[in-house]
Design a protein around this ligand. Structure first.
Ligand SMILES: NC(=O)c1ccc[n+]([C@@H]2O[C@H](COP(=O)([O-])OP(=O)(O)OC[C@H]3O[C@@H](n4cnc5c(N)ncnc54)[C@H](O)[C@@H]3O)[C@@H](O)[C@H]2O)c1
Ligand SMILES: [Zn+2]
Length: 386
C-alpha cells in the first residue's frame, strides 16, 4: 500500500502519510512509530458520528500499544469549528493531564482535523498531533499541509495556526460509511488537484470514476481492485498537495508563480462567494468548489489563456463526479459582490487562479482581468447551471 513522506524544510524529520485498507486497527503501533515513543497520554478528538463508526478500533489499538487514552467528542458540524469548542478542547487536555510530550489524535473529517490541530497548536504552545482523516476531502486536502483553525463571526478559517502533524493515517475502508454528498464534495477537490496538477492526475481521476462510479462506492468496498485504486488515487493527490506545500509552507503572500501554495485555491473564488451568498447553509464546501473550478476554467478560456479542449476535458471529468445542488435561486450580482470578501481578508487585491491549460495554473489579480468579462462569464454559467 502506498506511503507518502512529507519533508518540511527546517525540520529534522519528514512525517509519513500511510494509506491503505484496515489501517485503523494498527493505529497504536503507527502512533508509537510517528512519535518515536509509546506509553504517553493520547487524547482522541472526534465527534459522535465518526467515533461511533470508527472510534473503537482506534481506541483499542492505542490502548493495546500502551497509550493512556482519553476522548474528547465535539458536536458534529461546521458550526462547531469555533473558538468556543477549541477552548473546551483545551480545558479537556488540561483535565486529562496532557503534558508537552503527549499527543492529540484527530479522528474525523476536516472540521475535527482543523479544530484538533488548532487546539494542539495552542496547548502548552504546541504539542504533537496526528491526523486520522475519515472523509475523502480530509484525506486528500485538509489533513495534509498543516493549516489548522476555526471559524469566527468575521469569517470562515480566519483564525488559526500552521501546525504540521506528526503523521497522517488514512484508512480507505472508512469511506464506506461516508454519505454520497460528502463523497461528491471530496471528489470535486480531487478534480481541482487534477486541473492544476496536470493531465496524468486528471486522467487517473477520470479513469477511476468511470471504473468505480460514486453510486456504487459502498458496494465496491470489498473489491481488492477498488481498495488498491482508491488508495493509489488518494496517494497521488496527497503527493501533489504535499509537493506544493513543501515549496511554500506558509503561503507567502508575495509569491505569484505557478508553484505558490495559492494555486490550491483554484476554483475557490466562486466557491467562497457561493457559500457566502447562501449563508454557508446550502452547499458542502467541495460542491461549491465543483462549480468554482468550471467557472475559473471558462473564464480562462474567455481570456484566451486556455484552449477549448482542456476546458472540455475538465468539464467531462467534473460531470462524471455526480450531481451538484441546483443554482436556480442564486443571484449573479450578489455573487459578484461577494468576490470582494476574499479580496478584503486574503490579500488586499482579488487574486484569481486561472489556467493556461491543464496543469498550468496562473495567478492573476482583478487588475489583470476585465470586470465585464468576469460578470459576463458568471452570468452565462449561472444561467446554464440553473
Ligand atoms: N486545513 C486545511 O487545509 C483545509 C483544507 C480544506 C478544507 N478544510 C476544512 O475542512 C472542513 C470540511 O471538511 P469535511 O468535508 O471533511 O467535512 P466534515 O468534517 O464536516 O465531515 C462531513 C460529515 O461527514 C461525517 N463523517 C466524517 N467521516 C465519516 C465517515 N467515515 N463516515 C460517515 N460520516 C463521516 C462528519 O461527521 C460530518 O457530518 C471545513 O471546515 C474546511 O474549512 C481545511
Ligand atoms: Zn477547498
Amino acid at each position: 500500500m502506498p506511503n507518502v513522506k512529507v519533508r518540511i524544510s527546517g525540520r529534522d524529520s519528514a512525517y509519513k502519510i500511510k494509506i491503505g485498507s484496515d489501517t485503523l486497527s494498527s493505529a497504536g503501533p503507527w502512533v508509537a512509530d510517528c512519535l518515536k515513543r509509546d506509553g504517553c497520554k493520547v487524547a482522541i478528538v472526534s465527534n459522535p458520528t465518526v467515533f461511533q463508526l470508527h472510534g473503537e478500533a482506534v481506541e483499542r489499538s492505542l490502548i493495546e500499544a500502551g497509550f493512556a487514552v482519553s476522548r474528547f467528542l465535539m458536536k458534529d458540524g461546521e458550526a462547531h469549528k469555533s473558538l468556543r469548542t477549541a477552548e473546551a478542547a483545551l480545558s479537556f487536555f488540561s483535565e486529562a493531564g496532557l503534558t508537552r510530550t503527549d499527543a492529540v489524535v484527530a479522528l474525523g473529517g476536516g472540521v475535527v482535523g482543523d479544530l484538533a490541530g488548532f487546539a494542539a497548536a495552542m496547548y502548552l504552545r504546541g504539542i504533537a498531533f496526528l491526523q486520522i482523516p475519515t472523509t475523502l476531502l480530509s484525506m486528500i486536502d485538509s489533513s495534509v499541509g498543516g493549516k489548522t483553525g476555526v471559524n469566527t463571526v468575521f469569517g470562515k478559517n480566519l483564525v488559526g495556526a500552521f501546525h504540521q502533524p506528526s503523521g497522517v493515517l488514512i484508512d480507505v475502508d472508512t469511506l464506506a460509511t461516508l454519505p454520497q454528498r460528502e463523497l461528491i464534495a471530496g471528489f470535486c477537490e480531487v478534480v481541482k488537484h487534477g486541473a492544476i496538477g496536470g493531465k496524468p492526475l486528471l486522467k487517473q481521476t477520470q479513469k477511476f470514476l468511470s471504473t468505480f462510479p460514486i453510486e456504487a462506492f459502498g458496494d465496491n468496498q470489498t473489491d481488492r481492485g477498488f481498495r488498491s485504486e482508491i488508495s493509489k488515487l488518494i496517494a497521488a493527490n496527497v503527493e501533489f498537495k504535499a509537493k506544493i506545500v513543501v515549496g511554500d509552507e506558509r503561503e507567502s503572500s508575495k509569491r505569484m508563480d505557478g508553484r505558490s501554495r495559492k494555486i490550491l485555491n483554484f476554483g475557490h473564488t466562486l466557491a467562497h462567494a457561493l457559500e457566502k451568498v447562501t449563508s454557508y447553509q446550502y452547499f458542502k464546501h467541495g460542491e461549491a468548489v465543483g462549480y468554482g473550478i468550471l467557472f475559473a476554467a471558462e473564464l480562462s478560456k474567455s481570456l484566451a489563456l486556455c484552449d477549448e479542449k482542456d476546458v472540455k476535458l475538465l468539464n467531462d471529468v467534473a460531470q462524471s463526479v455526480g450531481p451538484l445542488p441546483a443554482l436556480a435561486k442564486i443571484d449573479g450580482d450578489e455573487v459578484f459582490e461577494a468576490f470582494k470578501f476574499d479580496k478584503k481578508h486574503l490579500s488586499g487585491s482579488l487574486q484569481m487562479i486561472l489556467l493556461k491549460g491543464i496543469g498550468k495554473p496562473v495567478i492573476l489579480t482583478d487588475n489583470d482581468i476585465p470586470r465585464t468579462t468576469v460578470q459576463k462569464v458568471l452570468k452565462q454559467l449561472l444561467k446554464k447551471w440553473a
